[in-house]
Design a protein around this ligand. Sequence first.
Ligand code: CTP
Length: 226
Amino acid sequence: MARRFFCKKRISKKKILITAGPTYEAIDPVRFIGNYSTGKMGFAIAEEAAQCGAEVILIAGPVQLKTVHPNITRIDVKSAHEMYETAIKHFPTCDGAILSAAVADFTPVTKYNIKIKEKQSLTIELKPNPDIAQELGKIKQKNQILAGFALETNDEFAHAQGKLERKNFDFIVLNSLADKGAGFGYDTNKVTIIKRNGETIPFGLKPKKEVAADIITAMKNCFAKK
Ligand code: CTP
């Protein structure tokens, strides 16, 4: 109860944009390029932010999850391009954003509108997708907070630090696939929050709901310092 009250005081009346889940990049009407993201982490963050009194815009890739809290406005998208268009449209009206989506970095150059029939071999040419985080980082205003994730398998800190600066994040949530019980599909996660001033906060393995609360606390602290 005390935590809820403290939490409400700091993030209520804020409007927070959250991206979650994978993106699907169509090859033809029945096939796509995707990834293993389930959206659980992003949806937990959306619920936590809403419970803390924030108004939430949740931009969700294709996932099998339901939203519960009435303060969450959910916008379902499929491709990285749709997610980009939606995020760019809504970010200027928000106080902050937490980008947890596992966005496909590439998309097929050609999207066939009829099913590709069996072939001996098939080469699919790919082109880069927009980097949603980097584009939001460019238009971020002084009073806005931008946070993202880094899911890494090696040289975790160096990669996360690079992304923090390149994408103009206020903080980044580092997820290492080297940690058991962390990453896609699990109900638990183990993260380290790295702030722009170099401060690093490691957390233990815990349910994604509790990780979401740690991330919202980090955002709340950033708002307090703006
Ligand atoms: N991100 C994004 N748009 C993209 C790619 C990534 O918004 N096209 C965001 C993710 O939601 C995450 C952060 O950027 O918050 C880092 O994503 P990640 O996939 O780890 O980084 P990339 O820049 O794609 O780098 P790489 O795949 O080379 O590790």
